[in-house]
Design a protein around this ligand. Structure first.
Ligand code: G3H
Ligand code: 13P
Ligand code: ZN
Length: 306
């Protein structure tokens, strides 16, 4: 069924695994993800950024997600990723999303509390759950670019959750968005996650910027005409460690993009005389399915969570 994340997170917390939250932009991406979840019998979160709303339209995405629910029988949450304001949140809720993020992480603490509270009141009145963010991830978040991490302060996290009534919280412990997460050695601040988990027992934490950036896909892009240099993601063992802790939702978009682009580049190279979109988009869908099956086994631990 199309569900909120409440039960998913409860089971994930207790079962020491996490639910994958994958960004969707078109039909092949949706199908690749849910085909994998069907094979693994895993619940899943399909999330839509403001950019995705603009690209595909929230109603198209909602209709395709409804179709995915009907085809697979899986528990799927449809989530707004990085909602910038109440207007966007309302648009998503009106379109039938079951979960929304209000991202006030770039505001000062009091302003973040205020806007989050406002969204929580509205969303809860409609039966929709809310994710907020505290701390700043380095790198690009939609239009906002941050040079350096501002790690989440555990004291502030407790106060923030208590004052806003939010349902889950995204924290900054050293992950970042995109394909270039570390210049040197990967490093996540697990002691911050531990501290937050200690002070907010049972409360679901969200990890953004959690793509592993498969070097195979980067190499495949480059082998077939691409030029991606210095890409590095979060090591898989770190992600698995986080998913066994309080992290109940792991966000991945870059890995889907890389899988899709790598397979399309290869399909073009393999068949230069081909021009049927079902050929290369079908290849992309298969590659995304294989990627998500691997994520469920190696990163999330969410197989048989249905
Ligand atoms: O966190 C951002 C997600 O990767 C979505 O990216 O805003 O380009 O759709 P986007
Ligand atoms: P990645 O860029 O690591 O895939 O992160 C995606 C994300 O956090 C979406 O909100
Ligand atoms: Zn994000």
């Amino acid at each position: 069924a199309l569900v909120t994340t409440t039960e998913m997170f409860k089971k994930a917390y207790e079962g020491k695994y996490a639910i994958g939250a994958f960004n969707i932009n078109n039909m092949e991406i949706i199908q690749g993800i849910v085909d994998a979840c069907k094979v693994k019998n895993s619940a899943v979160i399909l999330q839509v950024s403001k950019g995705a709303m603009k690209y595909a339209g929230p109603r198209y995405l909602k209709a395709m997600v409804d179709a995915a629910v009907a085809e697979t029988g899986l528990d799927i949450a449809l989530h707004l990723d990085h909602g910038p304001d109440l207007a966007t949140v309302k648009e998503a809720i009106d379109a039938g999303f079951t979960s929304v993020m209000i991202d006030g992480s770039h505001l000062d603490f009091e302003e973040n509390v205020r806007i989050t509270k406002e969204v929580v009141e509205y969303a809860h009145s409609k039966g929709v759950v809310v994710e907020a963010e505290l701390g700043i991830l380095a790198g690009v978040e939609d239009d906002v670019h941050a040079e350096e991490h501002v790690y989440t302060d555990p004291d502030q996290a407790v106060e923030f959750v208590e004052r806003t009534g939010v349902d889950s919280l995204a924290i900054a412990i050293g992950t970042s968005h995109g394909a270039f997460k570390f210049a040197g050695k990967p490093d996540l601040k697990f002691h911050i996650l531990e501290e937050i988990q200690k002070r907010l027992p049972g409360f679901p934490i969200v990890l953004h910027g959690a793509s592993a950036v498969s070097q195979e896909h980067v190499a495949m892009c480059n082998e077939f005409g691409g030029n991606i240099k210095g890409a590095q993601g979060i090591p898989v063992d770190m992600l698995r460690k986080a998913s066994a802790m309080a992290v109940c939702k792991i966000n991945m978009d870059t890995d889907i993009r890389l899988a899709m682009t790598a397979s399309i580049r290869k399909a073009f190279a393999d068949k230069p005389d081909g021009f049927d979109p079902r050929g290369y988009l079908g290849a992309a869908r298969k590659e995304i399915q294989a990627l998500v099956e691997k994520k469920i086994d190696e990163v999330l631990g969410s197989a048989n969570s249905m």
